[in-house]
Design a protein around this ligand. Structure first.
Ligand code: SF4
Length: 285
């Protein structure tokens, strides 16, 4: 366990975590919504520091990032836990269950990244589960990766408070941020998050590094051309060059009763988004 950053001590051994907008208040021995931070003895600790559940050398397009070192690979690593509760989670075995992990310290992960440069690796992607709740490990590793002149990539839901985001961004070269829908109702009902917090992250990140956006288009929940059009207009107000990936839904985890997204729905979404964004791609089809 590693002592956490961004928390304050309250009375009676209670701690208040300020890493993400959940702003969990944890009683003695309490664990946060993310399952990754715990109050032990009146101090907050990261439970997943240096605990790696998944690691692989992936094509950069798989993140997905299409306009950042295309054709290259990136060493991709993830741990356990998530601060969202999406019923359709594609990585639920590590996000919401107790995954087996191996110990890999920041310096070791950075060294592995260097070893793979000969195979086309450009750096480290923090992905598979939500990297913002792996914060201390990601920050420590990202600093070392930058020292080795390699790139850092976050694949994230964007649900992080401004102060920790600001401290991490100088080390981050690219992000793929999920914008899961363009209504706060969806975020509240299906993710236990908020759209506004994610929008703020996109705006801040886009001013600091390369940003691409992914939206999983789910039949009946977030798939109307009108909603996709609103999302695209907001993104184009940040930059019409922002890349939008519209990804096809397949039944998974707790949402096995919804059918795969019809290709015609994805085509209509792409046409709607393309009216104001230069780069709109369909994925998972
Ligand atoms: S990072 Fe975890 S413990 Fe901290 S506020 Fe978010 S969900 Fe709660």
């Amino acid at each position: 366990m590693k002592q956490a950053m961004f928390y304050e001590n309250l009375d009676d051994g209670v701690v208040h975590c300020h890493l993400c907008p959940h702003e969990c208040v944890l009683p003695a021995e309490g664990t946060g919504v993310c399952r990754a931070r715990k109050n032990t003895g009146g101090e907050l600790y990261s439970l997943n520091y240096a605990r790696v559940a998944s690691i692989s050398l992936d094509p950069i397009e798989k993140k997905p990032l299409y306009h950042f070192h295309p054709g290259k690979k990136i060493l991709s690593a993830g741990t356990f836990g998530c601060n969202f509760k999406c019923g359709y989670c594609q990585n639920w075995t590590i996000a919401h269950k107790d995954a087996r992990t191996m110990l890999l310290e920041p310096a070791e992960l950075a060294d592995v990244a260097v070893d793979y440069v000969k195979d086309g690796n450009i750096g480290v992607a923090y992905t598979y589960n939500e990297p913002s709740i792996w914060y201390e490990f990601v920050l420590d590793t990202a600093i070392l990766v930058k020292e080795k002149k390699l790139a850092n990539v976050l694949v994230t839901n964007g649900f992080i408070c401004r102060e920790p985001l600001g401290k991490l961004l100088p080390y981050i070269d690219a992000m793929n941020i999920d914008v899961k829908a363009f209504t706060d109702e969806f975020y509240k009902k299906y993710c236990k998050g908020s759209l506004e917090a994610v929008q703020k992250t996109v705006e801040i990140a886009a001013a600091s590094c390369h940003v691409e956006i992914t939206t999983l288009v789910i039949p009946g929940l977030n798939d109307t051309p009108e909603e996709i059009g609103k999302l695209a207009r907001w993104l184009s107000s940040i930059s019409p060059e922002i890349v939008l990936h519209l990804s096809r839904f397949f039944p998974n985890y707790q949402m096995k009763d919804i059918p795969p997204t019809p290709v015609a729905t994805l085509d209509a979404a792409r046409i709607s988004a393309s009216s104001c964004l230069k780069y709109v791609y369909l994925g998972n089809i």
